[in-house]
Design a protein around this ligand. Sequence first.
Ligand code: NDP
Length: 500
Amino acid sequence: MTELEKKRSAAPVPSEWTYAPAPEARDIVSLEERYGLFVGGEFVEPRSGEYFPTIDPSNEEPLAEVAQAGPEDVSAAVASAREAFENGWSGLAPAERAKYLFRIARILQERSREFAVLESLNGGKPIRESRDVDLPLAAAHFFYYAGWADKLEYAFPNRRPRPLGVAGQIIPWNFPLLMLAWKIAPALAAGNTVVLKPAETTPLSALLFCDVLRQAELPHGVVNLVTGDGRTGAELVKHEGVDKIAFTGSTEVGKAIQRELAGTGRRLTLELGGKAANIVFDDAPLDQAIEGIVNGIYFNQGHVCCAGSRLFVQESIYEPVVSKLKRRLQTLRVGDPLDKNTDVGAINSKQQLTKIEELVAAGEAEGAEIYQPPCRLPERGYWFAPTVFTNVAQSYRIAQEEIFGPVLSVLTFRTPDEAVEKANNTPYGLSAGVWTDKGSRILAMASRLRAGVIWANTFNRFDPSSPFGGYKESGFGREGGLHGLEPYLDFDGKADSFGG
Ligand code: NDP
């Protein structure tokens, strides 16, 4: 440590930041008391007759009632998608399909503040993130795939790409609108129609998106939305009228879906969990790395499948990294998701909070050392303080299992070989990060890490042109880029290159 660094680290850390509150106005969002299902271009009452409340996880206040789609409702949505596929959408000139996608992208941009506020209200994520990450990326996905819609013959030369038919899409609660965009944009660009099921806890931005579809005058039935819990998802998976399932969520449900579809000839892509390694070498720019570590695990409360939840630090820099990290944690603001100063928002649901608490207790019981910065958590709602575990062994549950919360496990390594071996020692393989000054080391590490996405001197960066997906228990198939179109296309009857 230099003299300057010693002085800096000895300086007292301010315990209370006196920011003026900067709440985003929530009145830009007007909610219905109760939402039906979006089938055939209009909202309809569920035939099941069932509804359930959806809440704001930051204060447990109910926001609206949402329909629980039953088997008959799923069938009606699939029939509507089939009808739209056969009688119009699949035969539409590709440039016309592109126009609708461009329209949707532009409307999302125009209404982005409304969507950002709603996403934070229903999901608990900080407005800064929904405003600056979720919304721009969701629009960017529609723009990107709009560009491909009339160029499929060029994208896949001599392979005669054709749409598959009806895509059933099931998405999780961590990036509700962005996951919807990842799913719907390539499916429509390739000429398919869609039945989408949002997560039980975060259906509202998908329901508002149906209004965007009406504004864009998308032909009726091209996109249908069935809300509900896991039972609705299971109905969609087993429905024989669905040609392809695209699922993002837990590895456990992904495996069940794979079993259900085995032998049916229906296509499947799975984007499942992760336990990413974020590897910091001793020549890395440390202050930048600290920001990357924080962004890697505390972004979206750690509800991120590619979160950098295992930090591997080269032994020689362990002390400065851990002390800088702890200091940085003390400056994170945890609280109201709609406050523009907030860094860490609410945990998405009671169920997820219980899971985080259980795994954190297991980490302490197994002997890891816990650190949480002093911070006052709101009394109502679901909250968990940013947490760092040191003294973690590879075998501990917190180093093996996906926590999906703001909890980081710090481990060490001495050589690049050891870093690779430890990083790959997981059933998952979704993402990884490497921090070093040497370009050659980045390339050498990237070629040995078994992860679908590898970031160098950054973390959690996304772009619609870049394919995203996993190895091993993180799933198969890619979303984003040209790769993301393949699972929605048939090539002279042959399967796509992922065997889906
Ligand atoms: P799930 O895998 O249960 O949820 C993902 C989606 O699948 C939701 O829309 C869910 O509906 C639906 N679903 C649930 N059961 C079935 C089924 N049998 N057939 C078809 N669809 C189904 O994740 P959870 O919300 O329960 O979260 C549990 C854990 O999963 C988290 O703690 C985290 O570790 C991991 N996870 C990983 C994600 C990722 O991006 N890789 C995203 C979300 C969770 P519903 O919401 O109504 O249950």
